[in-house]
Write a protein that binds this ligand. Sequence first.
Ligand code: AMP
Ligand code: ZN
Length: 486
Amino acid sequence: MDTGLQLYNTLTRKKEIFEPLNAPHVGMYVCGPTVYSDVHLGNCRTFISFDLIFRYLTYSGYKVRYVRNITDAGHLEGDRDEGDDKFAKRAKLEQLEPMEIVQKYTLGFHDVLRMFNTLPPSIEPTATGHIIEQIEMIKEIISNGYAYEANGTVYFDVEKYSKEYNYTILTNRNMEDMLANTRELGGQDEKRGRLDFALWIKAKPETIMRWASPWGEGFPGWHIECSAMSAKYLGEEFDIHGGGMDLAATHHTNEIAQSEACSHKQPAKYWMHTNMLTVNGTRMSKTLGNGFLPEQLFKGEHVLLEKGFSPMTVKFFMLQAHYRSTLDFSNEALDASEKGFKRLMNAISLMDKLSPSESSDFEIGPIMDNCLKAMNDDFNSPVVIAELFEAVRIINTVYDGKGTISAIELDKLKKLMKDFVSDIFGLKAEDTSNLELNSVLDMVIELRKTAKENKDYATSDKIRLGLQSMGIQLKDSKEGTTWNKA
Ligand code: AMP
Ligand code: ZN
């Protein structure tokens, strides 16, 4: 099955013709969120990019099994198997059970992705639901000689592995440099080598999330869950493994090592990495605290935001960049995307009102071909968008009576818009009245505040009662005034 698709493979650092192991079936694994807090807009960019890839593979005729995990255990704050457990820490802070934290942020993650109109994966396995599989895999790695136990913790032996395999295959780094950049082992260290990482971590007395294992009570390291779950649902060798670029150097490098140490096979044929969403050039991240939540963006409630932007505007903004390019957040860029998205949706609604003529001034075939060519060239969505605006120009010209389109070409135009805008990009018309209402009410509330400050209570009451009669209730508190619809 040759669909003409080429994709960039991080493993080989070049674009390759996509040849799945077992066409038309495709196995795709994408590292999902760590659900100890809300996902920020950067995380969403990665999941929206893989949604585009999933949608396009499906559109091209592949039967995709898309596995995206939920990390709900085993994530420590430090990168080197140290620091507090993120879930336990958050649970203490919010006075909840760790699994309440997991449930709360998993639901929040699903809500956000639904707002962006992404498709659910075929399977969404959790780390806590696959402890047995992870233990079995660690046992296999130990019996193959690539891991060792030290005082209830199991470490992966990077030195032993790297003698037979290429540990830096994904990033092409130099082992000497990596060693030089890693802290030297101290007297109390249980690790044998500086680059060794934990597969299983011994529970401390205060550890809440703990499981019995052959090495005593503990919990799995972060990387092992993805190796165990991808092998379980997609096999020891599958087609695509993806995630954000920040995962390549450690998480994915260690995943490859674990899988090879277990099955002696490179788990994925194609490794795909999405680039980062940045703010003023710096990567948006939970740890740096510069990540705004999608909710804040929709409502415009963040110091960096001049106003709110709808989910489809934000998605359109993301699709205007190629998934392997960085994308910098700015109000101006979002403003431009808002205008562009409105123009596109407006043209689509006008398209249904066009009447066909006998002759046609326009041919849609070349636009369709260019869109397919762009998507087949490593999912080049910005080029597709430029082509779609050519279609917008045609719609507006015919609507203004300045050109004609035949019934056949009009059908092609409708198919173009349905295929690329709805099916492949997952964009849809949205009701923005609530967003507009938000901005109008912000202004009215500000006017009422000024009236009150000027002791003009007649005006402030008039505003409150007027809104009340429209079913909008104002609520004053120390923090300010909020509103809700009765
Ligand atoms: P996490 O919940 O931190 O494990 O991240 C979930 C996914 O989001 C991973 O694939 C990360 O690589 C990705 N990610 C994190 N920060 C960003 C960012 N600023 N831009 C794009 N993707 C990101
Ligand atoms: Zn992973």
